[in-house]
Design a protein around this ligand. Structure first.
Ligand SMILES: *Cc1c(COP(=O)(O)O)cnc(C)c1O
Length: 461
């Protein structure tokens, strides 16, 4: 697989460890190991500075929905930069790409979603949610409604409010937990379902929301926030009973429902939005990632007519970003959405490549190391277990086996990510059938290689 080495990898790695602090990284450990330097992307393929090729099973970081190297997005950004690279949307000003994008988003969103507040990322989107929701209740004359309910092991970003809304304990431990937020159990049947059936467990997990509303007092609860399918938490696909019950509970109580579409939006689950897939109507939908397929950073909060009409009564909302509605990013987003529409990628995930990859992925569940192989749309996970079919027996030193498998997958030329002792997948929506076959073959080889290592180390029988 190694082609000619055109980049001085060792030099880049030395500079990298000397000066570049990476996100979610053990700086000391990476400095010893050296980073992998990516130099080229084309379709679902990536090439590193040593000429190794990888099938990008994570679509960058859940975002490159249209695949790498799309010239028309680059051209749209180029043209916009020459015309008007940047202007802000403060002081009663606006710009054509942001206006067109807001209109486009309103047209693809569920009918009750009418407007959008732009920002630079998913984290900023959720910080915006935090302030916008509290502002909403204050305008409505219910300033006590300040409390957010979210879920353990949910992910909503890395800024202070987003990390606090998220349910990642290690993040909370590093200065990332502000008051006024509580976390209920996640609908993770494989890991936490105990003796319940998936259907029973889905109902139980959803009813935790109702119990929490009662505990906090409905008069104090502002909103519930959740991802349709948890991504960073390990592709947690809720049982079919979960979202209908959440919907029932939200209809019975006067709280806002925030559906975090940062990963599930823009086709990932086989609909434009995850809320469409699960037939729920969000009051607010934070978006990012697939909005531009990662070509430029951009996020937003899509807002229902009900919420927007209240915000209209509230005077100035003291909130915004220098890059809110960035014209070049908006132009890239429009070009990206045009590709998704022209190539029918949403329907393709629902009717074609989705079912095709799902059926092959499910067969990996026969492997002795795999306790569960699950996938919805084009996001999936393989739960690695030491003693199939037990769901409760886990590997000692959680995360070690996942990391071994992840590293072997990279070595085999398939990028998957490890969460605890599972491998997760979220490839570009442009994945061809032939590439799906290659992906599954590489995943199977990775499982076999992992099995051999674990056998040698006595970690499986
Ligand atoms: C990635 C992610 C975010 C944060 O987005 P950034 O662009 O990394 O700030 C928020 N919510 C979900 C569901 C995500 O997956």
């Amino acid at each position: 697989m190694t082609a000619s080495n055109v980049y001085p990898t060792a030099e880049l790695q030395a500079l990298d460890s000397a000066h570049y602090l990476h996100p979610f990284t053990d700086f000391g450990a990476l400095a010893k190991e050296g980073s992998r330097v990516m130099v080229k992307g084309d379709g679902v393929w990536l090439t590193d500075s040593d000429g190794n090729r990888y099938l990008d099973g994570m679509a960058g970081l859940w975002c490159t929905n249209v695949g790498h190297g799309r010239a028309e997005i680059a051209e749209a950004a180029h043209e916009q930069m020459l015309e008007l690279a940047y202007y802000n949307s403060f002081f009663k000003t606006s710009n054509a790409p942001a206006i067109r994008l807001a209109d486009k988003l309103a047209s693809i969103a569920p009918a009750h979603i009418e407007r959008v507040f732009f920002c630079g990322s998913g984290s900023e989107a959720n910080d915006t949610v935090f302030r916008m929701v509290r502002h909403y209740w204050a305008i409505k004359g219910e300033p006590a409604k300040q409390h957010f309910i979210s879920r353990r092991n949910g992910y909503h970003g890395s800024t202070v409010a987003a990390a606090s809304l998220g349910g990642m304990k290690p993040m909370h431990g590093q200065g990332g937990l502000i008051p006024g937020i509580s976390h209920i159990p996640q609908p993770y049947w494989f890991g936490e379902g105990g003796d319940m059936s998936p259907a029973e467990f889905g109902l139980w997990a959803a009813r935790e929301l109702e119990r929490e509303i009662e505990r906090i007092g409905e008069e104090n609860v502002a909103a519930f926030i959740a991802e349709p399918i948890q991504g960073a938490g390990g592709v947690i696909i809720p049982p079919e009973t979960y979202w209908p019950e959440i919907k029932r509970i939200c209809a019975r109580h006067e709280i806002l429902l925030v559906v975090d579409e940062v990963i599930c939006g823009f086709g990932r689950t086989g609909s434009w939005f995850g809320a469409d897939t699960y037939d729920v109507q969000a009051d607010l939908q934070p978006i990012a990632k697939g909005l531009t397929s990662g070509y430029l950073p951009m996020g937003g909060v899509m807002v229902s007519g009900k919420v927007a009409s209240v915000l209209d009564q509230g005077g100035e909302f003291y909130h915004g970003y220098t890059y809110s509605g960035h014209p070049t990013c908006a132009a890239a987003a429009l070009a990206n959405l045009a590709i998704i529409e022209r190539e029918n990628l949403v329907a393709r995930v629902r009717d074609d490549i989705g079912p095709y990859l799902q059926s092959r992925w499910a067969k990996l569940g026969d492997h002795p190391l795999v306790g569960e192989a699950r996938m919805k749309g084009l996001m999936g996970a393989l739960e690695l277990v030491p003693a199939k079919p037990s769901r409760s027996e886990k590997f000692a030193d959680e995360g070690k086996v996942g990391t071994i498998a992840r590293d072997l997958s990279f070595k085999n030329g398939l990028i998957m990510r490890a969460v605890r002792d599972s491998l997760i997948l979220s490839p570009p929506l442009t994945l061809s059938h032939d590439e799906a076959d290659q992906l599954v073959a590489l995943a199977e080889k990775t499982l076999n290689d992992t099995w051999m290592v674990l056998k040698k180390d006595g970690l499986v029988k």
